[in-house]
Design a protein around this ligand. Structure first.
Ligand code: HEC
Ligand code: HEC
Length: 475
C-alpha cells in the first residue's frame, strides 16, 4: 500500500515559493515533525491555477503524514465532538481506539488498495457525536455507531454533484414559495434533480412551507454526499472533523480564536496547528483523486458475464438507487463551498476562493459526456437516503443511535464505483462478499434483493462479475 515509511514533508519539494508557506523550518533534518511550514490560503487563491499542482502534492503528503505532538497532535483538554467541546474531567490519553485519537494519519485507514482507498474492518471508526459521553472505552453499539472506511477517491466529483443538486432543489422550492405568494393559493412542487425525485413540498400563501413529504434528504434540501448517512456536505467540513477526531489536529477555522477565543483550544501546546491553507491542501488532493473505473481489460469469460450482469443490474432494479451515472454541468471545484456552514471556512470569509478545474485533471478524459455536454459521473448512486430494513430482512438495522435526525434504519446509497476493490461491505463492514451484502438489502430495496434471489445461479454470478469489474486501479 506504499505507506510503510514514516511520512514527512520534504522541505525541498514543498518549500515556500509556490504555496507562499509560512512557519518555522525544521531545527534538524531528522526532526520528528510533519509541518515545517503552513500553506497560506490567500496566497494560493491569489496565485490561481499556477499554485494548484503544488497544493495537490502538499495534500497528498499531508494525507499520509503521521502527525506528532510537535505538530499539535492529541487533544488533552478537548473531545472528539464536531463543535469545540472541552473535556469535563481528566486528560485525554495520546491514543484511544474507541473515542479517539485513534490513528496517526488519514491513510492509516484510507489505504486499500491505494492511498485514499477504503479500509478493512480493523480500520472501523466508532462514531459518536461526542457531547455527553465523550470518553467511551466500549464498542457496545449503545455508545457509538461503528462505521466502515469508504474510499475518498473521486470525492471532488461527488461534492460538485451535491452542490448542483442542492441548487436545483432549492430553486424548485423557492419558485413554489414565490408562486404561492403571487397567486394566494397553495402550490405543490415536485423536488426532482438529475432524474432523482426527493418527494415534494407545499408552499402556503402566508410563506409557510410544508416539508413533510420531502424524501431522502434533509428538510433544508442540502444534498450531503459524505458519510454513510449522508450528513456532511463537503470534503472540507469532513476533513476538519476527521483531523480532530482521529488525530487531535485542530483546524484554526473551527477551533481557533474566532469561535473559541483560544489559539490552542485543545491544550496540545501548539497554537493554530492546522491553517485554512493546510485544510485546502488536503481538500485539493482528495477532490482531484481519480474516480474508480470499470475495468476494460477483463478476460473474455469475465467480460461476457459482466456484460450480462450490467443488464441484469438494471433489469432487477439495482440501478433505481445505484444510478449508473449522474450528469454534472460544471467541473470547477470552488473551495470553500458556497453551501458551507459556520465553523468551516465560508466564501464570505475569504477575499477570493481557490478554484480547481477538474476538467484539466487527466481522469477527465475517461468520463463520457451527454448530448448537452454534461459530464457523466459513473458513481452508481442517487445521492439519496433510503430505509434499508424491514421486519424480515434487518441485518443492516444494527445501529442504536440516530445521527443528526436521520433514522437508524436509513442510509445514503453508497456509490459502487470501486466496489470490486473495497471488501468487506456495508456501513459496518459486516459482509465479506458482494453476494452477502446484496442479500442484506431490506426495506425500500427489498424488491431488488428478492429479484436478485429469484435469478438463476448464473444470473446472480453475472451481477457479481459486473460489480467485481468496478475497481480502484492499483497504480
Ligand atoms: C480510523 C480510521 C480513519 C481515519 C484515520 C480517517 N478516516 Fe476518513 N473515514 C473513516 C470512516 C469509517 C468514514 C465513514 C464515516 C461515517 O460514515 O460516519 C470516513 C469517511 C471519510 C470521508 C467521507 C467519505 C464519504 O464518502 O463518506 C472523508 C472525506 C474522509 N473520511 C477523509 C479523511 C481525512 C482527510 C482523514 C485524515 C484527516 C481521515 N479521513 C482519517 C475512517 C477514517
Ligand atoms: C432502495 C435503494 C437501493 C436499491 C434498489 C439497491 N441498493 Fe444497494 N445499497 C443501498 C444502500 C442505502 C446501501 C448501503 C447499505 C448499508 O451499508 O447500510 C447499499 C449497499 C450496497 C452495496 C455495498 C456497498 C459497499 O461499499 O458497502 C452493494 C454492493 C449494493 N448495494 C449492490 C446492490 C445491488 C446489486 C442491488 C440490486 C440487487 C442493489 N444494491 C439495490 C441502496 C439500494
Amino acid at each position: 500500500m506504499g505507506f510503510g515509511l514514516r511520512a514527512r514533508l520534504c522541505a525541498a519539494a514543498l518549500s515556500a515559493g509556490v504555496l507562499a508557506a509560512s512557519g518555522a523550518a525544521l531545527a534538524h533534518s531528522w526532526d520528528e515533525k510533519v509541518f515545517s511550514s503552513h500553506v497560506d490560503f490567500a496566497a494560493v487563491a491569489a496565485k490561481g491555477e499556477a499554485a494548484i499542482p503544488a497544493l495537490i502534492e502538499r495534500g497528498r503528503q499531508l494525507f499520509k503524514a503521521k502527525f506528532t505532538e510537535a505538530d499539535g497532535a492529541g487533544r488533552p483538554l478537548a473531545t472528539q465532538a464536531i463543535v469545540p467541546t472541552l473535556r469535563k474531567h481528566g486528560r485525554n490519553p495520546a491514543f484511544t481506539r474507541t473515542s479517539g485519537p485513534d490513528s496517526s494519519a488519514c491513510a492509516s485507514c484510507h489505504n486499500e488498495p491505494v492511498q485514499g482507498g477504503a479500509g478493512d474492518f480493523v480500520a472501523n471508526v466508532f462514531v459518536s457525536e461526542g457531547f455527553e459521553s465523550a470518553e467511551f472505552d466500549s464498542i457496545d453499539p449503545s455508545f457509538s455507531n461503528e462505521r466502515h472506511t469508504p474510499p475518498v477517491l473521486g470525492d471532488g466529483l461527488l461534492e460538485l454533484l451535491g452542490r448542483e443538486m442542492t441548487a436545483d432543489l432549492r430553486a424548485e422550492r423557492d419558485a413554489a414559495i414565490a408562486k404561492a405568494w403571487a397567486t394566494g393559493k397553495d402550490v405543490s412542487a415536485d423536488l426532482v434533480t438529475k432524474g432523482v425525485r426527493f418527494g415534494s413540498v407545499v408552499a402556503h400563501p402566508d410563506g409557510a412551507l410544508d416539508v413533510s413529504r420531502v424524501e431522502g434528504v434533509d428538510p433544508d434540501l442540502t444534498v450531503r454526499p459524505f458519510s454513510r448517512k449522508g450528513v456532511f456536505g463537503s470534503i472540507r467540513q469532513f476533513t476538519i472533523n476527521a483531523l480532530n477526531v482521529h488525530h487531535g489536529m485542530e483546524a484554526s477555522e473551527r477551533f481557533g480564536v474566532r469561535w473559541t477565543g483560544s489559539h490552542d483550544f485543545d491544550g496540545s501546546g501548539v497554537p493554530d496547528a492546522v491553517t485554512p491553507g493546510d485544510v485546502s491542501a488536503l481538500v485539493a488532493w482528495q477532490a482531484t483523486t481519480p474516480p474508480p473505473i470499470e475495468r476494460a481489460d477483463l478476460p473474455a469469460d469475465w467480460e461476457a458475464a459482466a456484460k450480462a450482469g450490467s443488464k441484469a443490474f438494471e433489469a432487477i432494479g439495482c440501478s433505481s438507487c445505484h444510478m449508473k451515472t449522474l450528469p454534472l454541468k460544471s467541473m470547477v471545484f470552488v473551495d470553500p463551498s458556497p453551501y458551507e456552514t459556520a465553523g468551516t471556512l465560508r466564501l464570505s470569509d475569504v477575499k477570493e476562493p481557490i478554484r480547481i478545474d477538474l476538467a484539466k485533471q487527466p481522469f477527465a478524459k475517461t468520463l463520457k459526456r451527454d448530448a448537452q455536454g454534461d459530464w457523466l459521473i459513473p458513481l452508481f448512486s442517487d445521492m439519496k437516503r433510503h430505509v434499508m430494513v424491514d421486519p424480515l430482512v434487518n441485518s443492516l438495522g444494527n445501529e442504536l443511535m440516530a445521527q443528526r435526525f436521520v433514522a437508524r434504519d436509513t442510509f445514503l446509497t453508497p456509490r459502487l464505483w470501486g466496489v470490486g476493490s473495497t471488501a468487506p461491505y456495508g456501513h459496518r463492514g459486516d459482509f465479506r462478499t458482494l453476494d452477502a451484502i446484496i442479500k442484506a438489502h431490506g426495506g425500500e430495496s427489498r424488491f431488488a434483493r428478492d429479484a436478485y434471489l429469484s435469478l438463476p445461479e448464473d444470473g446472480r454470478q453475472d451481477v457479481i462479475a459486473y460489480l467485481r469489474s468496478l475497481q480502484i486501479p492499483e497504480k
